[in-house]
Design a binder for this molecule. Structure first.
Ligand SMILES: [Zn+2]
Length: 67
């Protein structure tokens, strides 16, 4: 299980934590959250910035083996 907190991205102070069994799902959940809760942060971002955010999410997502 991967988890990633919104605040791990150093963009906003926010307690949201995305989790999923793949990095893809965690990133999708985080982008969906950003669209809903922080639309100003991703409105009109460039493809380059989008990839940068994805890389940041991949680097900072924590893996925890399911018990
Ligand atoms: Zn957030």
């Amino acid at each position: 299980m991967y988890t990633l907190a919104c605040k791990d991205l150093d963009i906003v102070e926010c307690e949201f934590v995305a989790s999923g069994d793949s990095l893809r799902k965690v990133k999708d959940a985080m982008f969906a959250h950003a669209r809903d809760e922080h639309p100003e942060l991703i409105a009109g971002i460039t493809d380059e910035r989008h990839r940068e955010l994805e890389r940041m999410m991949e680097e900072r997502a924590a893996f925890r083996s399911a018990a």
